[in-house]
Design a protein around this ligand. Sequence first.
Ligand SMILES: CC(C)(COP(=O)(O)OP(=O)(O)OC[C@H]1O[C@@H](n2cnc3c(N)ncnc32)[C@H](O)[C@@H]1OP(=O)(O)O)[C@@H](O)C(=O)NCCC(=O)NCCS
Length: 166
Amino acid sequence: MPYQPMPLRLETARLTLRPWAESDVDNHRALAAERGAGTPSIERSRQVIATQLAAPALTGIALLAVNRRERGDFIGYCGLIVGHSSVDEPEIAYELFRSAHGSGYATEAASAVLDAAITTGRKRLWATVRSWNTPSFRVLEKVGFERDHVSTDDRGELVWLTRSLP
Ligand SMILES: CC(C)(COP(=O)(O)OP(=O)(O)OC[C@H]1O[C@@H](n2cnc3c(N)ncnc32)[C@H](O)[C@@H]1OP(=O)(O)O)[C@@H](O)C(=O)NCCC(=O)NCCS
């Protein structure tokens, strides 16, 4: 692989980004439940966590669990995924508990993930956002992404944003 592996532990002023653990099953289930389509089974959440844990060995990138440093509590995840894009030019992704929204945490985590992406040697990242998702657009704007194009899938419009890395 032409890239360095992404660091799997990142510290910011208020947050720690770290690999998922098997003990995050309840965290994962609670976060997924906030999407409004029910709570995933324990088995399903275990599978998702196992997939996240296996990703770095396959792609060199990862979605990381996010904890607040002061309280030590899990608030969500942020990281890089292949998503709709590619291993060379992956997507940034994030999701936080509603109770943690509005404090700048996503911006802080995304900024650390950008720095981590730079250390891998990658030159471009993408993000795909549903057109209604104003908070996500704002996070991406704050960390330097620009709108590129719009595609459509069975869930509607998907806005593609991109950011060059130095
Ligand atoms: C997207 C998400 C991670 C943002 O988390 P967050 O920690 O609240 O984000 P931040 O506080 O860093 O920044 C949010 C920005 O959006 C702004 N914002 C939030 N709601 C808004 C609204 N309805 N209209 C306009 N701006 C809004 C905030 O004011 C803030 O901007 P500011 O710093 O200029 O004031 C969170 O909303 C989330 O988890 N959503 C569900 C999952 C999701 O949509 N993930 C992204 C998929 S592409």
